[in-house]
Every structure is written in structure tokens, then in C-alpha cells.
Design a protein around this ligand. Structure first.
Ligand SMILES: Nc1ncnc2c1ncn2[C@@H]1O[C@H](COP(=O)(O)OP(=O)(O)OP(=O)(O)O)[C@@H](O)[C@H]1O
Ligand SMILES: [Mg+2]
Length: 1078
């Protein structure tokens, strides 16, 4: 994904001011307050123009991540908040793109973070420069040289747990593409006195502790060492362990780094052997011994240690022992040997240890350089990183501080020179008038120290070389003579007694007013340290070693190359190397990192104002700002300036079409900025006062808010409009789809209707056609039939003469006759019996004989019935007549009838004539008796039954008492009007009498008989024959009878089971008589 270009500026979200040049008002307090404010907000970097001030945070901040590297990569210096990466990027890019060699000067006091800063610069450059297997190896070697040099050259001091005890300048070399090729390291003045003695609370160089903690038992044994620190005199005991430092782990890191850098295994081994020898040298002790000639002599106390050292280094023990006891002075081909006393022996031992170690260190640097040096001879671009000890002011300042401060004085000078030069060059480049800038030039102090005739260093050398007794005091005296009048030199003994009464200045001291403050130096040790003497016997002993590294470290010990000239003094050596360094730096484009230590406690979050103030003073930072601000406080190329402020003017917003410079001119005119406040350079605008810039910033901020509102407004409008357009488009789409759908539906409806209409019409048409066709067909058929008949007739008429007339009919009749004949003959054989009740009859053979067959059956049945009847006598005929009569009267009307069919009608059930009891009755009746029977007469009043004899004669009906035979009632047949009975299975019947007749006075009779059917039939027949009138026989379940005056209803109720199967009769009331029939 392409990274979005966001134009930002250092001025965005600034805490305090990111660039001290913009500080208003500018004074020490505001300077410190600004630093403090930024420090409190974790902003440890602040600019003074292009100089980076770095305050040691004493804790790891998340601002060195790969993401941060990416953020700062290829961005302009003032685009992001101040950072060491911005400076590194700027330096690397101008090296790569503009072909300018760069140097990065890192200064500050011990513990201010110089070494860390140098490593950050290196790691940033390594991260952003080219990649590839070879390039990566070079990078790795360059980076890994740091742990090696730190192990041998750094130590824990009271100020810094990892204090660099040497100055270091490293040139990193690049090819034309900006890919690293290699590097060269220069080292300055290792603090070798530390090898033999450390101040309280400090340690020797890290490597000693690392070997003892990290080496394996075997390796220690090889080196003839013991793990216990306290065994060694050179290791200060009070702070052998450092909090948060793992010596053993660091030892592994160092060995690993040495391997990466390119040390061979035997080289590494030799290096550690030398370190072990130095450590063991410290354990050699001397005791005084008086000799015969009265001189004091020293003797080694315990030779065991000496023996082991000699084994380690391959030196003849006697040679070394002698070197510790005698000193040979050669003068004019004469060798004079003097014995050493104990103090001299110790001095010699320590001098040997110091020399051995410092030479080893220099050898290491050379060896590393060999590894990391560029392999090609092509032209190289160089980036130098200088991590050198900063200005030092202690209570007791000695030769080392003097040298160090001299170095810083030189650096300050080069800084001033280069800054001013750069400023001036820029003004010229930009075509701006150069205004004179007031600043303090420290060249005068440099001169005080380094002047070849009158300089302090020259004087010191002179003293050291002078024959006769030379002491530190004679040196001071000389200083007093020569430098007394110098403005920056102060001494009590000086002839010009300006400081005669200054009690703060001891007699044994001199004071120099450095650019960064006054420093008082103790003169004691100056001469000795400058001489840096190692007795020749010792260097020769060393040269005799079979250990190749040690031998190489002491080339002057070779007797063949004996050189009677004194070696150069430490001071002159240093002066020369500083001079070379300065020359080197002057050819390069400088970049400054000024490190500041916020507190003395190595603690995070603490900002000690006084301490910082002190550092600001001696680093000359305020001076720095003033120099920077001397002309114009702020400058910026036209393009970014226009880009940043173009929204402040209508003509330049949103786009300026013309050249950027013209745009900025228009902008500044529009904003009515006073003319003396700015100047137009060729490519940059120069702003004199920070106030103007801040005013611009304020206006911009305000305008940005308005613009944000505007953008928001436009965005909202755009959003709404987009939404509206989208909705409109959607609506059209929906509408079109709906219309399509609706039209489709409508079309389908019309289509189906059309089809229906069409189908009806087609149907109608088809039917019409069909009708016509049918009609036509029928016409055709009719015509055909008529024609056929006609033809038939014609043909028959034609052919009649060929057939006999009526032959068909005759055949038909004959056939019929034969069939009939056959039928009747068969019938004759199949005739059923003559019994009238035989139902058999043969099956009909032909369908056409159906009616004939039935008729035959009927005739046959009638015939056989006639035959049967003809057999009857008269008597039998009468009986059947009566039965027939009964059938006609009662069949299907009275339930009692079927039971009577099988009973023969006897008539006289009572033998009246024979029974004497009824003689009287017999006598009273002279006519023929048709019926004589006992019946029950129902009492009219209560419905109870009484037995009576019922007699029917030709003319009368009689009722007589059964016991006595007395006639109770006699009714002529003509008076009987009607007989009523029920339709049920009972034998009750009522005999209705004619009203007003004699017999009717008591009312109708209600009787009951077992032979009701017979009696009723006979009564009917008799009445008919006598009166020629049909007796009315009423069959009904409810009928009225006349009892005297009352008409009583006789009602038959079926279903009563009261008296078993006998019907009972009961008078209910005047009007009702109930007969219960089972
Ligand atoms: N940028 C940083 N972030 C975190 N810690 C830091 C940073 N710079 C320095 N320190 C801490 O401060 C300690 C001292 O820093 P450093 O060794 O760089 O000081 P120096 O200026 O080189 O001192 P000397 O002059 O004694 O060598 C480091 O060991 C580290 O703990
Ligand atoms: Mg350091």
C-alpha cells in the first residue's frame, strides 16, 4: 500500500518549543524551563537549529522502534518532532544524495548518553541504507565492533555504569549508492591509570570481570586464573558487581562479537592471555632487601605468580625478574645498570601493566580496523561519528582533565567556526546581506594551550625534556612566567599578582577560564603522566616473549632497532591526534548532538535544574542559539512555507499556480507582516523574530479550524448529495423494474384474454362449421338412403319378375307354425299336476311366445280349479260359499281372520234340541237355528261379562240365559243396522239396533265370542237373504254404541298384559269403555 504523504511540521503539537531558536524570550531560565517541560513530557530531544540536544532519559523509551525508523525515513528535518533519527536521516541523505561527507559530533559529560547516541545513529543508518548479503555483513561487523571496544575500553564509574574511558572516532564509508563499504576507528587516550588503580566506588575495565565471571572452568585454568575477584589486587573490591549488569552474559556477547568482527580463535585466545597476564601482574609484590653496598634493593615476595605469568606469556622468568630489579640507562654507548628500590619496582610493575593493557587496546582497534576496512579502492563517501569524552570539571583535576578539556575546547572552536561559516555561506547562497554577529571565539583559549612556543603543552614538553631536576613545581613556575598575562590563565604565583589574594586558588594549582567555565588543575603528576615512562628493560623483556601478540606490542624492545630518542610525550601525541581529527572534521559537514545529563543519580524522571544549567553553560548552548539567531531566527524553503501557510491568503488558497517565492511574497503582503521582520532569499524565506513565526502559526491554527468546518460542511453536503443521487438512481431502477413487471402482467392478462376470446370465436366458428358439415353429411346420407331406396325400389321392380311373389311370407308362416307345433307338443309332455295349489309351470322356450305362455298358464289353472270345484257336493259348496263370504268381508281387515280360515263353520255348537235343559228355548224358537253358541254379553254399566246363548234364526237374533234357557232379548234381523268390531285379535263385537225399535230400548249389544268371524259372516248372509240388504260391518278400533240414552265410545287398547291373554273390558266413565287387547 502506498504510504500516504502527510505534510507535517515540527511546529505541530509542540511541547514548549521544539527548536530553541524559537524561544521567546531567550534566557537561561526560559531555556531550562523549556528543556524541563519537554523532558517531563518524554520529549528528550530538542533542536537548536540543526543541532540536537539530547537529555538522557535513563530508561528505555519506545521511540527507537523499527516503526519510528520508518517514520523518520526520507522526511525533512523540520517535518517531525525532534529526534536523533531526524539528524541521522538528514546526515545520511545529504551524504548519499549531495555527496557531502558528514561528521556527527556527540559531546556531553560522562553519563550524558553519548555512546548510546552514537549507537542509535549507527543503527539508524544501518537500518535505512542498502541491503544485501554482503552489505549486511559489513553492517553487522561495524555494529559488533561496539561491544568489543566497550568491553575493553569502558568501565563503571561513579557517573556512569558504562563509562567510555577512551575517545572514539569512527568513519563509516559508503559507496556512491549509499551502501556501507566498511569503516575506520580512531581511539584517543585510553584512561590506562584505571588498570592499576580505581577511585572508590568504581571498577576496572569491564573485560576483567567478564572473564572471571563468564569463562568456563577449563578456560580459566588455561589462563591460570581463579574466579574469585578478591584474589586480584588490580580489581577494586567495593563495587565488583554492578546492578543490572550480567558480566557472564556480556562475556559471551563479546566473544560472539569478536567472532563476527573477524578475530581468529588463536587471536582471541592471545587477547585473553594478555588480559590474564595484566591481572596477574598486579599480584606481584615486592619486599625491600639491603644489599652489601648499602643500597636498597627490592625482591619479589612470591615468585609463583611471576612463574605463571612467564608461562602464560612465554617470557624467561629470570629476564622478567631482572627487569623488575634493575634499570639500565644507556648514555653515549655506555650502559649503566642501577637497582630499583621497592617503590620503583612497584612503579615499574604498574607502568608495565598500564602499557601492556593500553597497547593491547590500541592493537584491538587496529585489528578491528583491519577487519572492517573497505575492500575496494573506489571513491568513498564518509560519515564520521565522534564519541568523545565531554568537558570535565572535578574537584581534583589533573593531566587527564586538562587533555580532555583541551579536546573539547577544540571541538567548540570547530563548532563555532563551522556554524558561523555555514550561516554565512547560507546568507551568501541565499543572497541575503551579511550582518556582523557578536559571539565569543575561544580560539584564544586554544592558543593558550597549544601554541607551539608559549602554549601550556609546549611548556610541559620542554620541562620534561630539560636536563636537571624536573618537578611539577618547576613546571608551574614556568607557566607562571610565560602565561601570567594571558586573559584566561590564573595562578597565585603569577608575577602579575591579580590572584595573589584569591584563597580559592591553592598554590599548587593553576586555573584556566575555558569557554565553558573555569577549571582549576592540580599540577601534581603532570610531568610524570606526560612522560609516560616505561623502563627499557621491561619493554625489552616483553619483546623477548615467545607470545607473538606481546612481542608485537613492544616493538621498541627489539635491541636491533634501539632508538635513543625519547618517545613523543603523551601531551604532544594527543595534540597531534587532535589536530589530525580537527583537520578531518573541517572537511566534513558537521552535525551536532549535545548530550545532557538530567541528574547525578542515574535515575529516570529526575530533572536537576542546577546540574542542567551547569551543562548548558559549559556546552555553550545559549551561545549556540544566539549565533544561530544572530541574523534570522527561522528560515524555511519557499515550497514548504507556502504549503504550510497558503490557507491564510485568498490568492494562495487552495492552489498557487506561480512560483513558490511569488506565492510567499503575496502571502506575506496580504498578512501585512512588517518588512523588517523577513527577508527573501533565493530559495528560502528568512524570518527575523520567532514572534512572527508564532503569529503565523496562530493564524494557521485558527484558519485550520475554519477549514475543518468548511471541509466538514462540504463533506456533509457531498455525503447527502451522494446519498440522494444513490437513492434517486435506486428509485429509477426500482420504478423501471416495477413498470416492467406491471406491463408484463398487463400484457399477460391481455394475452390470456385474447386467447380466451380467440378460443371462443374459434369454437363458435368450428361448431358452425361442424353443424354445416353434419347437415351436409345428413343431406348426403338422406340423399344416399333415398337413392338407395329408390334404387332398391327400382331394382326390386326390375327383379320382381325374377322371384315368386309372397314366397317369403309363406316361409315365415310355415316356420312359425312348425315352431308353435313343437312348442305345444313339448308343453303337453311337461304338463304339471291338477292340484290347484301346484305352482309349477314349464319354462318359456321363445321370447315371442311370452304372452301366449302366460295366458296358457292362466287358462290351465282356471281349468284345473273348475275340475276341482266340480267334485264338490251342495253341502260343501255352501260351506265354501260361506268361507268365501268371510274372506271377502275380513281378509286383511281383521287380525282374527287368518286363524278362522282353517276352522270349519259348524253353526250349532249347542245341541239345543238334544239338551233337555233348553227344551223351553227350543220350543220358543220355531224356525231353523243357524247359529247356537254361548257368547259373553258385556254389562253396559260396568263392562263385566255374562254368559248368554246366542241364537240366529232366519229372521231373528236371540239372546238367552245360559242356565235357564230363558230368552232375554229377541231382535228381528231388520232391526240390526250394523255390526262393529275391532281390527284386532279379539272376539268383541257390537250389534247396533235400529233406533226406536222394540229391542233397542235397552241399547245396543256388546258381545264377545270365540267364533266371531263365523257369526258375523252368517249374520251378514242371513240378513242379505232375508232383507235383501247388505248388513253394514264396521271394523274400527274405536266406535260408538248406544247404551239406553248414552252414546258410549268403545276403545280398543292393544298391548295390555294385565290378564294374561284374555281381553278385558272396563267401563271408564259415561262416555268410555275400554277394552284391553293383548
Ligand atoms: N537514549 C537513551 N535512552 C535510554 N537510556 C539511555 C539513553 N542514553 C543514555 N542512556 C543511559 O545512560 C547510560 C549512560 O549513557 P552513555 O554510556 O551513553 O553515556 P556517555 O555519555 O557515553 O558517558 P561516558 O562519557 O561516561 O562514556 C547508558 O548506559 C544508558 O543506561
Ligand atoms: Mg560513552
Amino acid at each position: 500500500m502506498a504510504k500516504m504523504e502527510v505534510k507535517t511540521s515540527l511546529l505541530d503539537d509542540m511541547i514548549g518549543v521544539g527548536d530553541m531558536v524559537l524561544l521567546e524570550p531567550l534566557n537561561e531560565d526560559s531555556f531550562i524551563n523549556n528543556l524541563k517541560k519537554r523532558f517531563d513530557h518524554n520529549e528528550v530531544y530538542t533542536y537548536i537549529g540543526s543541532v540536537v540536544i539530547s537529555i538522557n532519559p535513563y530508561r528505555s523509551l519506545p521511540i527507537y522502534t523499527p516503526e519510528k525508523v520508518e517514520e523518520y525515513r526520507n522526511r525533512n528535518f523540520y517535518e517531525l518532532s525532534p529526534h536523533i533519527f531526524a539528524l541521522s536521516d538528514e546526515a545520511y541523505r545529504s551524504l548519499r544524495d549531495q555527496d557531502k561527507d558528514q561528521c556527527i559530533l556527540i559531546t556531553g559529560e560522562s553519563g550524558a548518553g553519548k555512546t548510546e547516541a552514537s549507537k542509535l545513529v549507527m543503527s539508524y543508518v544501518a537500518a535505512v541504507c542498502g541491503k544485501g548479503a554482503e552489505v549486511n555483513q559489513v553492517k553487522e561487523q561495524l555494529l559488533q565492533s561496539n561491544p568489543v571496544l566497550e568491553a575493553f575500553g569502558n568501565a563503571k564509574t561513579v557517573r556512569n555504569d558504562n563509562s567510555s574511558r577512551f575517545g572514539k572516532y569512527m568513519d563509516i564509508e559508503f559507496d556512491f549508492k549509499g551502501d556501507p563499504l566498511g569503516g575506520v576507528i580512531s581511539n584517543y587516550l585510553l584512561e590506562k591509570s584505571r588498570v592499576v588503580k580505581q577511585p572508590r566506588g568504581e571498577r576496572n575495565f569491564h573485560i576483567f570481570y567478564q572473564i572471571l565471571s563468564g569463562a568456563s572452568e577449563d578456560f580459566l585454568c588455561e589462563l591460570k586464573l581463579e574466579r574469585d575477584f578478591s584474589r586480584y589486587n588490580y580489581l577494586g573490591l567495593d563495587s565488583a558487581k554492578v546492578n543490572g549488569v550480567d558480566d557472564a552474559a556480556n562475556f559471551r556477547t563479546v566473544r560472539n562479537a569478536m567472532q563476527i568482527v573477524g578475530f581468529m580463535d588463536h587471536e582471541t585466545q592471545s587477547v585473553f592471555e594478555v588480559v590474564a597476564a595484566v591481572l596477574k601482574l598486579g599480584n606481584i609484590e615486592f619486599k625491600p632487601e639491603s644489599r652489601v653496598n648499602g643500597l636498597d634493593e627490592s625482591k619479589i615476595k612470591d615468585k609463583n605468580e611471576l612463574k605463571e605469568i612467564c608461562e602464560l606469556t612465554g617470557i624467561d622468568q629470570s629476564v622478567l625478574e631482572r627487569a623488575f630489579s634493575f634499570r639500565t640507562v644507556e648514555a653515549k654507548q655506555e650502559k649503566v645498570s642501577t637497582t630499583l628500590n621497592v617503590a620503583q619496582a612497584y612503579y615499574a610493575r604498574d607502568a608495565l601493566a598500564k602499557n601492556l593493557y593500553s597497547r593491547l587496546f590500541s592493537w584491538l582497534v587496529t585489528r578491528i580496523n583491519e577487519s572492517i576496512k573497505a575492500q575496494t579502492k573506489v571513491r568513498k563517501k564518509v560519515m564520521g561519528v565522534l564519541d568523545i569524552y565531554g568537558f570535565e570539571i572535578f574537584e581534583d583535576n589533573s593531566f587527564e582533565q586538562f587533555i580532555i578539556n583541551y579536546c573539547n575546547e577544540k571541538l567548540q572552536q570547530i563548532f563555532i567556526e563551522l556554524t558561523l561559516k555555514e550561516e554565512q555561506e547560507e546568507y551568501i547562497r541565499e543572497g541575503i546581506e551579511w550582518t556582523h554577529i557578536e559571539y565569543f571565539n575561544n580560539a584564544i583559549i586554544c592558543d593558550l594551550i597549544e601554541n607551539n612556543q608559549t602554549g601550556i603543552l609546549a611548556m610541559l614538553d620542554e620541562e620534561c625534556l630539560r636536563p636537571g631536576t624536573v618537578t611539577d613545581d618547576t613546571f608551574l613556575e614556568k607557566l607562571n612566567q610565560v602565561c601570567a598575562t594571558h586573559q584566561h590563565f590564573e595562578s597565585r604565583m603569577s608575577k602579575c599578582s591579580r590572584f595573589l589574594n584569591d584563597t580559592t586558588l591553592p598554590h599548587s594549582c593553576f586555573r584556566i577560564q575555558h569557554y565553558a567555565g573555569k577549571v582549576m588543575y592540580q599540577v601534581e603528576g603532570f610531568v610524570d603522566k606526560n612522560n609516560d615512562l616505561l623502563y627499557r628493560d621491561l619493554s625489552q623483556a616483553m619483546w623477548k616473549a615467545s607470545h607473538t601478540l606481546i612481542k608485537a606490542l613492544f616493538p621498541e624492545g627489539n635491541p636491533a632497532k634501539i632508538n635513543l630518542k625519547r618517545p613523543p610525550t603523551a601531551g604532544s601525541q594527543f595534540k597531534a591526534s587532535v589536530a589530525t581529527l580537527m583537520k578531518n572534521l573541517q572537511t566534513k559537514n558537521p552535525n551536532y548532538i549535545r548530550c545532557i545529563k538530567p541528574n547525578d543519580k542515574k535515575a529516570a524522571h529526575i530533572f536537576n535544574d542546577a546540574l542542567v544549567c551547569h551543562q548548558i553553560r559549559y556546552l555553550g548552548l545559549l551561545e549556540n542559539v544566539r549565533v544561530r539567531r544572530a541574523g534570522y531566527a527561522f528560515r524555511q524553503a519557499y515550497e514548504p512555507c507556502l504549503e504550510r501557510y497558503k490557507m491564510l491568503c485568498k490568492q494562495t488558497w487552495p492552489h498557487w499556480r506561480g512560483p513558490a517565492r511569488a506565492g510567499v511574497e503575496v502571502l506575506f503582503n496580504e498578512l501585512e507582516i512588517p518588512e523588517e521582520e523577513f527577508s527573501f532569499g533565493r530559495s528560502k524565506i528568512f524570518i527575523r523574530n520567532p514572534r512572527t513565526l508564532f503569529k503565523l502559526e496562530d493564524l494557521r491554527k485558527q484558519r485550520l479550524e475554519d477549514l475543518a468546518t468548511l471541509i466538514e460542511k462540504i463533506y456533509r453536503g457531498w455525503k447527502c448529495r451522494t446519498r440522494f443521487l444513490l437513492m434517486k438512481k435506486s428509485q429509477i431502477v426500482i420504478a423501471s423494474w416495477y413498470r416492467r413487471y406491471a406491463q408484463q402482467k398487463k400484457y399477460q392478462k391481455i394475452k390470456s384474454s385474447a386467447i380466451v376470446v380467440q378460443s371462443y370465436i374459434r369454437g363458435w366458428k368450428a361448431r358452425k362449421l361442424l353443424r354445416e358439415l353434419k347437415h351436409q353429411k345428413r343431406c348426403n346420407e338422406a340423399a344416399t338412403i333415398i337413392a338407395a331406396y329408390w334404387h332398391g325400389t327400382q331394382v326390386r321392380r326390375e327383379y320382381r319378375k325374377f322371384f315368386r311373389a309372397n314366397a317369403g311370407r309363406k316361409i315365415y308362416e310355415f316356420t312359425l307354425q312348425r315352431l308353435m307345433q313343437k312348442y305345444f307338443l313339448e308343453m303337453k309332455n311337461k304338463m304339471p299336476s291338477l292340484s290347484p295349489i301346484d305352482k309349477n309351470w314349464p319354462v318359456r322356450p321363445y321370447l315371442f311366445l311370452d304372452s301366449t305362455h302366460k295366458e296358457l298358464k292362466r287358462i290351465f289353472h282356471l281349468w284345473r280349479c273348475k275340475k276341482y270345484r266340480d267334485q264338490f257336493t251342495d253341502q260343501q259348496k255352501l260351506i265354501y260359499e260361506e268361507k268365501l263370504e268371510a274372506s271377502e268381508l275380513f281378509k286383511d281387515k281383521k287380525a282374527l281372520y287368518p286363524a278362522s280360515v282353517g276352522q270349519p263353520f259348524q253353526g250349532a255348537y249347542l245341541e239345543i234340541s238334544k239338551n233337555p235343559k233348553y227344551k223351553k228355548l227350543k220350543d220358543a224358537v220355531d224356525e231353523k237355528i243357524i247359529i247356537a253358541e254361548v257368547v259373553n254379553k258385556i254389562n253396559r254399566a260396568n263392562g263385566k261379562a255374562t254368559s248368554r246363548i246366542f241364537l240366529l234364526t232366519k229372521n231373528n237374533v236371540l239372546l238367552a240365559d245360559q242356565k235357564s234357557g230363558n230368552i232375554k232379548s229377541e231382535v228381528p234381523l231388520g232391526d240390526v243396522t250394523k255390526v262393529s268390531m275391532s281390527s284386532q285379535n279379539d272376539g268383541f263385537f257390537a250389534v247396533h239396533l235400529k233406533e226406536g225399535s222394540g229391542a233397542a230400548s235397552k241399547g245396543d249389544f256388546l258381545l264377545s265370542s270365540d267364533h266371531l268371524i263365523e257369526m258375523a259372516t252368517k249374520l251378514y248372509r242371513t240378513t242379505l237373504s232375508q232383507t235383501k240388504q247388505k248388513l253394514n260391518i264396521e271394523i274400527s278400533d274405536e266406535f260408538l254404541v248406544q247404551f239406553r240414552q248414552d252414546k258410549v265410545c268403545v276403545k280398543f287398547i292393544q298391548g295390555s298384559q294385565k290378564n294374561g291373554n284374555i281381553p278385558t273390558c272396563k267401563r271408564k266413565n259415561n262416555r268410555l269403555l275400554e277394552v284391553a287387547v293383548p
